[in-house]
Design a protein around this ligand. Sequence first.
Ligand SMILES: *Cc1c(COP(=O)(O)O)cnc(C)c1O
Length: 311
Amino acid sequence: MSPSQQNSATVQLAAKLAIHSPSAETELVTDWCQDLGYRVSLKRDDVLHPIISGNKWRKLKYSLLYAQEHNIGHIISFGGGFSNHLHALAYCCHQLNIKFTAVVRGDYRANPSPMLRDLLTWQSHIEYVNKQTYQLRNDPVYLTELQQRFPSALIIPEGGSNTLALQGVAEIVHELSQQYDYIIAPVASGGTLAGLIQASQHLPLKILGIAVLKGEGYLEALITELMTQSYPHWAVCHDYHFGGYAKSPPELLQFCRDFYQQTHIAIEPVYSGKLFYALRDLCRKQFFPAGSRILLLHTGGMQGARKNTSD
Ligand SMILES: *Cc1c(COP(=O)(O)O)cnc(C)c1O
């Protein structure tokens, strides 16, 4: 496909899925950033779509386009029982008439989460696997076997973080209407941060990732592996994971509630809560030089915070 054909195909795909693109870029007004002379803006990818969680649209866009171009009728991917990635991808596949198989960590058959109930509504096929099998999700031998079982399927890694994801995430940087000194985003599987880093390589910008899980060294390696070369203008901060993935102590939950009251912007404890908490703390500690212009990427993810109605 020529670039202009690809462009029209991406526009059509976004229209078919009713993506509200480009996402808004707004100022964040809170006492804890203005008082210190920081100018903080938000990129509201959380409102790109009511179901397709913000950064997952960015990461999946070019994989979905690839599937359409190559008439791929089946997609397989991986995630936990509350995964925003599986949720977004299952919905997209349902809308695009692509069969979807979700390989889910743990057996939720007796008590499916709200996310898994949605997948069933969208006719996804769910394969529950134990922890040991799930650990093989990036193992070449396991993936070859899976591909042999489903020869015509496209296998997308956990979180949607493949090299095609970087191209979609880069569009966040291309859409920005002003200059910034920092972009800050949460990090789990690394695709979002890698895309931001690569897209800003020629800009006077620093990319700061907030680790949402315990992964010092591991997260940096994930990010580095996704990129085609190494870059100096980024770092991952490991001070705000609150004990691990999806760990949400009362202080963090309270912060999320207070933040909503103050700003009317919804955040959840798994990703955006940790991101905004980190911002407040880093501002208070004057981590950034005075007058810094900071952009926070609100990646969405509110569906993951839904409680199990049967709990
Ligand atoms: C998946 C997800 C992330 C993490 O992005 P990675 O590219 O996996 O690092 C951040 N925020 C939300 C809301 C997510 O769903």
